[in-house]
Design a binder for this molecule. Sequence first.
Ligand SMILES: [Zn+2]
Length: 67
Amino acid sequence: MDEETHPPEEPAAEAVVCARCGTAAEGGTVPLTWLSAVEDGRRLHFCEACARLHIRAIESRLDSLWW
Ligand SMILES: [Zn+2]
């Protein structure tokens, strides 16, 4: 018992996969460049490329409130 530096995250039973194109993230964790969104009560992840497309959709939805 030397190193117990892992933060108490909920165990990821499944690999992190892009909800749009199916690309799997390495290491089983969500990269900072990925986008996380909650839709219909489920957490979805989008890879960097898909996040840009997704963000554009969010942009148009939020209109000028944000941008
Ligand atoms: Zn993707």
